[in-house]
Ligand binder design. Structure first.
Ligand code: GLA
Length: 731
């Protein structure tokens, strides 16, 4: 037993603690579970932080309790229900058979055990040995409704991380309807906070937004059926004047890929409440007698040294205890993808020279993007027909894949298995597979529609079609795309009164399909995609260790997108490609060097017609490829830190320290050139102050020099300049 959780029976206080963090909760009078503290580790809690008792107007009291100084409306709580007299944002709302939704959950017991339980059917953080973590389950019960609530807390031994989720069990003889069941509620005592979120759009994902938190309720979320480009399922709360390097930061990341919400409310006495989980809008789940509902989990990270330390904790956790499979810790291949090179206009014959050129410059994988199946000459047909188009590949897909393999490259394939085109054999055969409202014409988006993945026969159809391809054994990599938001989310398998389950059942169906595929084909490297980064989340990461970050391949725009993405997700998990100029999304012209430096800052590849490069450009690409092979272990699995912020300055700088600490890489970008440019001083972080480091030009720097004195970036002579520095530890 690792002893990460202790229970003081006299004071009824639970303390989850490791070397870095403490989380404290208590059972208060009348069996209400209250929140005490989450933050930097405290060795022993002596029970002195008693919640003050005051009679506050319009904050009522517990049923049957005369003490007017004790109110559920002001107490810091672990989990609050709608209708019980806590007027702040509730964590849950459950409508019972009689139409009422008031619930008074009273603490009934707890369990503590080593390890972390498996959340069936959901992605999650895991442990490899039970000694890595300990779990506390707090159970509460409502007598009248016979509903039981279980709040799960898992604390990791060596990480500043707690995973939280919620279960509701129906022990009555009637069904109840869950209108809301959050994964977590977290109340904070009155202190100044600001909130960081990651809003965006297609081609503009995960832009960093920071706001002060005033009175009222603030909600960040998605109703699109997927995580969305528009608001990632992550927020951070920063206390006081925290920044990248200092101050207290609390991160919250939902391990889920569907509708989500993060609600923050500053209450009448400046306390803060956070409620996070599946978005209650478009959600109503019938919980029948005897059934249990399991929410997805939220990964909470605490940092006492600003955002960078929080991100490093997420990167380590997501890489090593959320991602799975043989590629989890494996160096990822450098690929070339034909999308921006050819779009739909290709044949095997036209692709062969690109494959040849890729082999010549040392690229390791060729990815065949959209357009190889059905009769797909534009984006309005054939989704659902995962059979090779013989007009484009007269000798079949295997023939082309063999060619790629013979050239020494791996073969990757794009697919979008969640979708159906009206113009497809699948639709002609199974029109009912398309998700639509009865009697209404479904609304297209990118001329396509969704399959009802909540239905088993639909999932089976997809699985069998894909198996037929994968069983041939030629596919080394799959890019799994998803190019629209959900609408008309109606499932033919559900009764009218159960349609509120359709969104979540879609996601559960998707997870089941992905689980079957990744376990049946463990040698395939899976890359997630949704019009770029529209479903970029740690849920997908559980099945696919990397995702396409954005359809926007402009290196300058990518700096912000990659900066925002790195707040939570590790560079191994987001992919970046060098593309053509003028850039297809923005028309901008950026040097090959800067395009390379931006893309080499994560999992790397190309997305252009290599046959159109000049000899000099080809040589430069070959050099980039060979450089990346040399540095990729450090980039993909080193420790990442953000040094200069492109949202608040004309620069963007980040660094990587190799796992064995022997190498430090710095990628520095100056965006626009300007008159009388101030000199930009760059200071590194996280080095050994006692050791020396040697730059590529032979210059020696002390670790303390690089961190405290720093060095000047060169004055730039043109827009969009960049520099890649490599320092080696001197033994
Ligand atoms: C999405 C992807 C692109 C490309 C196209 C193909 O937009 O993000 O990379 O694969 O689909 O249709």
């Amino acid at each position: 037993m690792t002893n990460l959780i202790s229970y003081d029976g006299e004071q009824q206080v639970f303390h989850l603690k490791n070397q870095q963090i403490s989380y404290l909760l208590a059972v208060e009078d009348f069996d209400l579970v209250s929140h005490l503290y989450f933050g930097k580790a405290v060795e022993n809690y002596h029970g002195q932080r008693k919640y003050p008792r005051v009679d506050r107007g319009f904050s009522g009291n517990l049923a049957g309790v005369e003490d007017r100084r004790y109110s559920q409306d002001t107490l810091l709580r672990e989990y609050s229900m709608a209708g019980e007299g806590d007027y702040r944002t509730p964590a849950a709302k459950i409508v019972q058979a009689d139409g009422s939704y008031a619930l008074n959950f009273k603490f009934t017991g707890f369990e503590m055990f080593p390890g972390k339980p498996n959340l069936i059917g959901l992605p999650q953080a895991y442990v490899e040995a039970d000694s890595e973590a300990e779990t506390l389950v707090i159970t509460s019960f409502d007598e009248v409704s016979q509903l039981e609530l279980a709040n799960y807390y898992t604390i990791y031994q060596d990480r500043p991380v707690i995973a939280r989720s919620t279960q509701l069990r129906n022990l009555s003889n009637h069904s109840a309807v869950i209108n809301k069941l959050a994964s977590l509620q977290l109340d904070f005592a009155a202190e100044e906070f600001s909130v960081i979120s990651l809003p965006g759009a297609h081609n503009k994902e995960r832009q960093v937004q920071k706001e002060a938190i005033g009175y009222g309720i603030k909600k960040f979320g998605s109703r699109r059926g997927s995580t969305s480009h528009h608001m990632n399922n992550f927020i951070a709360l920063e206390k006081g004047a925290a920044d990248e390097f200092q101050g207290e930061v609390f991160g919250f990341n939902l391990v889920y890929s569907g509708n989500h919400s993060f609600e923050i409310e500053r209450d009448q006495i400046d306390q803060l409440r956070l409620v996070a989980g599946i978005n209650e809008e478009d959600f109503a789940w019938e919980l029948n007698a005897g059934e249990t509902f399991q929410t997805p989990e939220v990964l909470m990270v605490y940092s006492d040294q600003g955002l960078n330390k929080m991100s490093q904790a997420y990167h380590d956790l997501l890489t090593n205890r959320v991602a799975r499979g043989k590629y989890r810790n494996a160096e990822r291949s450098i690929l070339v993808n034909n999308w921006e090179a050819t779009y739909f206009d290709f044949t095997e014959e036209k692709l062969l020279p690109i494959v040849d050129a890729a082999a010549e410059v040392g690229i390791e994988m060729f990815v065949l993007d959209d357009g190889w199946y059905g009769q797909r000459d534009a984006d309005n047909s054939s989704l659902g027909d995962w059979v090779v188009d013989k007009r484009k590949f007269p000798k079949g897909l295997n023939h082309f894949a063999d060619y790629v393999h013979k050239k020494g490259l791996q073969f990757g394939l794009w697919m979008e298995p969640e979708m159906i085109s009206i113009d497809s054999d699948l639709y002609r055969e199974h029109p009912d597979y398309l998700m639509a409202y009865p009697g209404r014409t479904p609304a297209p988006s990118r001329s396509q529609h969704l399959l009802d993945l909540g239905r088993k026969e639909v999932r089976d159809n997809v699985f069998h079609q894909l198996s037929a391809i994968f069983d041939e054994g030629h596919v080394d990599y799959v890019k799994w795309d998803m190019n629209r938001s959900l609408s008309e989310v109606f499932s033919q398998q559900l009764a009218p009164s159960n349609q509120g389950e359709a969104f979540h059942r879609y996601i559960l169906g998707l997870y089941e399909l992905l689980e079957n595929l990744v376990t049946t084909y463990p040698d395939i490297l899976w890359e997630g995609c949704s019009g770029g980064g529209g479903r970029f989340d740690s849920g997908i990461l559980h099945y696919m260790p990397q995702s396409w970050t954005s359809d926007n391949t402009d290196a300058v725009e990518r700096l912000k997108i990659q900066y925002g993405t790195s707040l939570v997700y590790p560079p191994s998990a987001f992919t970046s490609h060098v593309s053509d100029i003028p850039n297809h999304q923005t028309g901008r012209k950026v040097s090959l060097e800067t395009r390379g430096n931006a893309a080499m800052s994560s999992t790397f590849g190309y997305e252009l017609d290599l046959t159109k490069l000049t000899k000099a450009e080809k040589q430069a690409v070959a050099e980039q490829v060979s450089l990346y092979k040399d540095i990729r272990q450090t980039v993909q699995f080193g420790q990442f830190a953000r040094l200069k912020n492109p949202f608040t300055s004309n620069e963007c700088v980040w660094q990587f320290i190799a796992q064995d600490k022997k190498e430090v890489l710095v990628m520095a970008f100056k965006i626009l050139n300007q008159g009388q440019e101030p000199f930009s001083l760059l200071k590194l972080t996280g080095l050994d102050p006692q050791k020396n480091y040697q730059a590529a030009n032979g210059e020696i720097y002390g670790g303390d020099e690089l961190m405290n004195l720093g060095f000047y970036l060169p004055q730039q002579t043109e827009d969009f300049s960049s520099w890649l520095y490599r320092f080696k530890l001197v033994d």
